[in-house]
Design a protein around this ligand. Structure first.
Ligand SMILES: *Cc1c(COP(=O)(O)O)cnc(C)c1O
Length: 399
């Protein structure tokens, strides 16, 4: 018997759940791209994107996914032969570095493992040793979606400042923007990349490069006309926003998604994600209390609020994911980039996700563990429910 009919929940984690208002906004006839409403709508997105990124600087929009934003940012910031330092905490940091290699950069990787954040001491040691200032850019993934590790981007700025190193600080916020607090200007980030299909709740297809004046001054002379961010932030003619036809329907969708974020308020968005993440962690702690399951990131301060990576102890990740999807309509994330992949799974809790969705997802996983005889501690749902109810906090506060 299957219980999967009804509304599915794709928790893989990205693309994330698309709100109905976003889908409805996209369900329309093609707008005129030469004048009128679409132009006004596009211009209206810019200040709202900047406010989500907490920056007063520039944002260039690209038709493409996160990989396109990676390439766009690197194409502007570095040229062939430049050195970039990648501080990797999972698959996505490595992947960004591979794009840089493909563009002819010399790529140095400091691998910080898959369970802890960027090692600021190692970064500092390397940057301090670069007295000739060869390193042109430092690449950091704020939340590496493959491991659910969150790194201290402001701390990295501190490292660059302490060592007096002029490298550009580049951050990948594809998973974190609109989920985990990120403050581009306050944290001294020069270039930030994001995409629309995670915290921004819009179907995959547009991505963003935010950059400040320092990054613009350092622009590579070799940037192609297509990737060049300048016409995109200061277009003389509308088509230059996108170097061609606008991603018409995505723009309507994104408008609706940004309206949702505005209406909820960014602080409330962050607080919701934090609470839902704590709910997930509470359940996993109990499952792991009697069996092999554990949170991939031991220290709660280093965990993302957008996605959680879980070790399940043996190669049953695939069985569990298949069970939750076919029996209950919940699609969990694969153990992306992990060895063996099936010994891990991920729960996406980014974007348009509520308390009842998370409680439903946890209840479904709990049932899957039982159906498949995967060893686990009992009482996980009780623990999760206490977090949602706020009773755990009350007990803690009462001492
Ligand atoms: C999803 C993701 C990417 C890749 O985005 P695509 O749209 O799949 O190209 C890169 N970095 C992070 C942190 C991500 O979460």
């Amino acid at each position: 018997m299957s219980l999967s009919n009804g509304r599915p929940y794709l928790a893989i984690p990205g693309p994330s759940v698309i709100p109905d208002v976003v889908l409805q906004a996209m369900h329309r006839a093609s707008p005129n791209i030469y004048e009128g409403e679409l132009h006004d709508l596009t211009r209206s997105l810019i200040p709202d994107l900047k406010s989500v990124a907490m920056t007063d600087h520039n944002v260039a929009i690209y038709i493409g996914n996160g990989h396109a934003a990676w390439e766009a940012a690197l194409s502007n910031a570095i040229g062939p032969g430049d050195t970039v330092l990648v501080l990797a905490t999972g698959r996505f940091g490595i992947g960004w570095g591979e794009i840089a290699t493909g563009l002819g950069a010399k790529v140095e990787v400091i691998d910080c493992g898959v369970q802890s954040p960027i090692d600021l001491a190692r970064a500092e040691e390397r940057l301090a040793a670069d007295t000739a200032g060869q390193i042109k850019a430092v690449l950091a993934v704020h939340v590496d979606t493959s491991t659910s590790v969150k790194s201290d981007v402001a701390g990295l700025r501190g490292v660059l400042d302490r060592t007096g190193h002029p490298a550009l600080l580049m951050a990948d916020c594809i998973a974190s923007l609109g989920c985990d607090r990120f403050e581009m200007d306050a944290w001294g980030v020069d270039i930030m990349v994001a995409a629309c299909q995670k915290g921004l709740m819009t179907p995959a297809g547009i991505s963003f490069v935010f950059f400040n004046d320092k990054a613009d001054d350092a622009q590579s002379a070799r940037v192609s006309r297509y990737w060049d961010w300048r016409p995109r932030v200061d277009p003389a003619v509308y088509y230059q926003y996108f170097a061609g036809t606008a991603p018409t329907h995505h723009l309507y969708g994104l408008r609706a998604a940004l309206d949702l974020i505005k209406a909820e308020g960014l602080d409330a968005v962050f607080a919701r994600h934090a609470k839902l993440a704590q709910t997930v962690w509470a359940a996993i702690d109990v499952w792991g209390s009697d069996g092999p399951m554990s949170l991939n990131v031991p220290n709660a301060e280093h965990r993302s609020h957008a996605v959680t990576s879980i070790a399940i102890g043996s190669s049953v990740g695939q069985d569990l994911r298949e069970w939750t999807e076919t029996k209950c309509g919940l699609t969990l994330g694969i153990g992306l980039g992990r060895e063996p992949e099936d010994a891990y799974f991920r729960i996406g809790h980014m974007g348009h996700v509520s308390g009842h969705m998370i409680m439903g997802a946890l209840g479904t996983i709990d049932a899957g563990l039982k159906a498949l005889n995967i060893p686990h501690g009992r009482g996980a749902l009780e623990a999760a429910s206490e977090v949602v109810a706020g009773t755990t906090e009350r007990r803690t506060n009462d001492g």
